[in-house]
Write a protein that binds this ligand. Sequence first.
Ligand SMILES: [Fe+2]
Length: 276
Amino acid sequence: MSVTVIPLSDTIGVEIQGADLREPILPDDLTTIKRALRDNLVLVVRDQKLGPELLLATMRLFGETMEQHLTNTLMEDYPEIAVLDSRKMPPDNAGHVIPFGGRNWHTDHTNHEQPPKYTGLYAVKLPSKGGDTSFANMQVAFDALDTKEQVQLGELQTVNKIENFGYISMEDRKKFGTLPIHPLIRTHPDTGRKAIYVHPGKLERIVGRQPEESLNFINKLLDRIITPANTYRHIWRQGDLLLCDNRAVLHLAHRDYDMTEGRVMHRILLRGERPF
Ligand SMILES: [Fe+2]
């Protein structure tokens, strides 16, 4: 097998063509794939047939799996895999059923001391229309800011909580609600590039500011700096495997589909370093 790398937009995302992940990946191809992910932050391989074991083995080529905190979604025999099924989404405290990840632009699991470096999503079942996921390159967004704002943002730190949803168990809240502090601007360990790093839904506050003021500040910032020029919208096909570098990308799951039809993703998270 020899793979080809095809850009998906001007600023973020590539598709790898010519890969059948049921076959062993040649070392040269793996190097190409890893480099493409490092440089483009989102990587898609289409038309794959991956059972849980093969999905895990593929993801482990890129790192070590980590615990996920929506423990009621985990596959019984493979607890490193979360089954995100729109038909099984419980209502939140206000009685609203909102699809997983469908609230805002965010990066995953910032309530962990060592949040995941990569999220892997494998599309198992899709609704008849809608349910795309968008990805924003926060390195490009950061680079576009003027130096003064870059310096100001670089001084901010976020306190990160677990959301207060009724469906998150007390045990999980205790275990995964330790309020770690992360820099708002984080440096990519592989490239040294800086990116805006935040999950507004998990933002307790910016250090030194009130919670409401903090969230308003972040929402305004993201509204201003995430633009079509730094995003890619992925229209899923069954059998897509997508990897996203959480250290430099925010994503948004569009909630424009009929949740009762069933949109099922298998998700794996790979452990990252402590953000710096
Ligand atoms: Fe997410």
